[in-house]
Design a protein around this ligand. Structure first.
Ligand SMILES: [Zn+2]
Length: 171
């Protein structure tokens, strides 16, 4: 699915590669439109899983004050490592990207980079990849309880607000 790294990480270094509790209860996001909306909503948390390798990574995407979004990856517990930034012209590393220092993070950087590029180029969720949300509203971060909200990944108020503005497209 995404480029594989040469050296395998030690288990202690890369716990998320081996699963975080409860990820199998997450809800799939099924369309490219929904995926872009979700990722750019402000407080999104998503899990990407490769159907081929069974590997999965969880990412947090926070909107900055401007038109950019900080992407970091869950590495165990509640610890996130910063990978890069989504700019209007694409996702890339910045000076503080932690995979530049910790090479075991590189594969998850490549995974997100590949996913985001394919998603925007093809306007489709790449084949062989499943995308999940963890039951929290992508815009405000509150827990979702209503089945309809869980299905779309937004609480009722945030969903209403989002319907009032045009669909955002970021490459
Ligand atoms: Zn919300």
């Amino acid at each position: 699915m995404w480029p594989s790294r040469k050296a395998k990480p030690k288990r202690s270094e890369d716990p998320d590669l081996f699963g975080h509790p409860g990820w199998e209860n997450e809800t799939p996001i099924l369309t490219a439109h929904a995926a872009v909306e979700f990722v750019l909503a402000g407080k999104a948390k998503i899990t990407l899983r490769s159907e081929k390798t069974g590997k999965h990574y969880t990412f947090k995407i926070r909107k900055s004050d401007g038109e950019s979004w900080f992407v970091s990856r869950l590495t165990g517990g509640n610890c996130y490592r910063y990978l890069g930034t989504i700019f209007p012209d694409g996702f890339r590393s910045t000076r503080k990207s932690e995979h530049l220092k910790y090479h075991w993070l590189k594969e998850s950087f490549d995974a997100f980079d590949w996913f985001w590029r394919r998603l925007n180029q093809d306007q489709a969720i790449p084949q062989g990849v499943m995308l999940f949300h963890a039951g929290r509203c992508a815009a405000c971060g509150l827990e979702l309880t209503d089945p309809a909200s869980i299905k779309i990944g937004f609480g009722p108020d945030c969903a209403k607000k989002r319907l009032q503005r045009p669909f955002m497209c970021v490459r």
